[in-house]
Design a protein around this ligand. Structure first.
Ligand code: SF4
Ligand code: SF4
Length: 422
């Protein structure tokens, strides 16, 4: 008798069964808010994952379309009363999709070459920026197809690269410790000045800052796009690099990277040689705002109190607010500077549509969410919107420009605080 191989198990079935179908996550899910389609909700997607694993649904265009449309923002995880580990289920499903589903030539090129072979490598990214500069200098943007115009609109004109020294000593007498600094791929090429501002803030807070030049991409881009083995390689490399320094903490100023760095322990949990080292590395990782608040710098920020009456608002980067549950610290820091001029942003923790490389792979939904975010920002009347992630900054800046809101500035929190201190 011919035996039929059981369907491949790619998600932890028990983790998927934790979903009790209560639907409490639906109103937090940006894609469900936009489409109203159950298949574009966390509950629907978990159902699709299980149906594919059980062999009740083929791994075809329909299932993949709804999984692809997920932002991976993990807003659902933060509100789930049943503790469903949606991010884990999603990463393993995406890993399975990339191994077994044949994408169109365009999507394959976009994901395997344009994104995965460029973004994680700063020198390649610098090379990739050259055509953008050329196109702008020639003023031929309008002749590009819509997709290329949208991608170009995300690239900042004032990209800055600042080489950080291996050690930047604390600039105050009261020392807090020795912090490793993750300079990031996108951050180091497009936001070098923001990295320098972050180091200055840490130095003023009493930290000696160590920035090892041998560090590589944190692996977030790979983990979120279904390339878990590549993400593990990045994790092993970074653990080895940072282990060479005596550090009390490892600081990151990009929310998306921070979330992955804090999950190295989970990523390498089944690797006996690396599991404990990864756990120890992750235990040291802190977002910049956590480190600053912990060091009591709200007082320093308050001393920089601005008297100008321009309103300031704050956009929660998904990977800071949801997986890391950090929402209070950045607000405390911003409020300390602007006091009564702080205004809450409606739907502040609804994704802006950036979501790593999502605005390239799913541009239509990214644009809808970008417009939603900009409409909310404009409703507040704020002249500055502060956030903590490079992707959000690029997406919001491009959206403000599209809306003609040239008097509203989007700033990384490090630049906002550093500017206030000057
Ligand atoms: S809130 Fe949690 S348990 Fe309820 S439907 Fe959503 S994922 Fe399932
Ligand atoms: S990760 Fe975000 S987009 Fe995906 S299902 Fe959860 S809330 Fe929705």
């Amino acid at each position: 008798m011919k035996t039929v191989a059981p369907p491949e198990r790619f998600i932890d079935y028990d983790k998927s069964l934790a979903c009790i179908h209560c639907g409490l996550c639906l109103s937090s899910c940006p894609t469900y808010l936009e489409t109203g389609n159950e298949n574009d909700s966390p509950r629907g997607r978990i159902y699709l994952m299980r149906a594919v694993q059980d062999g009740r649904l083929p791994l075809g265009d329909t299932a993949v379309k709804h999984i692809d449309l997920c932002l991976g923002c993990r807003a659902c995880e933060a509100v789930c009363p049943s503790g469903v580990q949606y991010g884990d289920l999603l990463e393993h499903t995406r890993d399975h999709i990339e191994k077994h589903y044949k994408r169109s030539t365009f999507q394959t090129f976009l994901r395997r070459v344009a994104i995965e072979k460029v973004f994680p490598f700063p020198w390649r990214m610098k090379l990739a920026l050259l055509p953008a500069k050329f196109i702008r200098a020639l003023h031929v943007e309008k002749s590009l197809p819509k997709f290329a115009r949208e991608a170009l609109s995300l690239i900042p004109k004032d990209a800055s690269e600042v080489k950080l020294p291996l050690v930047s000593p604390a600039t105050v007498e009261q020392k807090r410790g020795r912090a490793g600094f993750i300079s990031g791929c996108v951050m180091s090429v497009l936001f070098g000045k923001t990295n320098a501002a972050s180091v200055r803030l840490l130095n003023r807070a009493g930290y000696d800052v160590v920035t090892p030049p041998a560090q590589c991409c944190c692996g977030a881009l790979y983990a979120h796009s279904g390339q878990l083995e590549l993400a593990r390689e990045c994790a092993r490399h970074n653990i080895e690099v940072f282990e060479q320094h005596e550090l009390s903490s490892i600081v990151i100023n990009a929310a998306g990277c921070g979330s992955t760095l804090k999950e190295y322990g989970h990523l390498l949990k089944d690797d006996p040689k690396w599991a404990e080292r990864a756990r120890q590395f992750s235990a040291k990782v802190k977002d910049l705002t956590e480190s600053l608040v912990q060091a009591g710098t709200c007082g320093q920020a308050a001393a920089c109190h601005q008297t100008a009456d321009a309103k300031v608002t704050y956009h929660d980067a998904c990977h800071l607010a949801h997986p890391q549950r950090i929402t209070k610290q950045p607000r405390e820091l911003v409020r300390a500077v602007v006091e009564g001029n702080f205004v809450e942003l409606p739907e502040s923790d609804v994704c802006c549509g950036s979501a790593g490389s999502y605005n390239l792979t799913e541009p239509a939904m990214a644009e809808r969410l970008q417009k939603r975010k900009i409409d909310n920002i404009l409703k507040t009347g704020a002249k500055i919107v502060v956030t903590t992630n490079p992707g959000c900054l690029l997406q919001i800046r491009a959206g403000l420009k599209k809306a003609g809101a040239n008097d509203v500035e989007a700033l990384h929190i490090a630049d906002f605080l550093d500017r206030a201190a000057k």
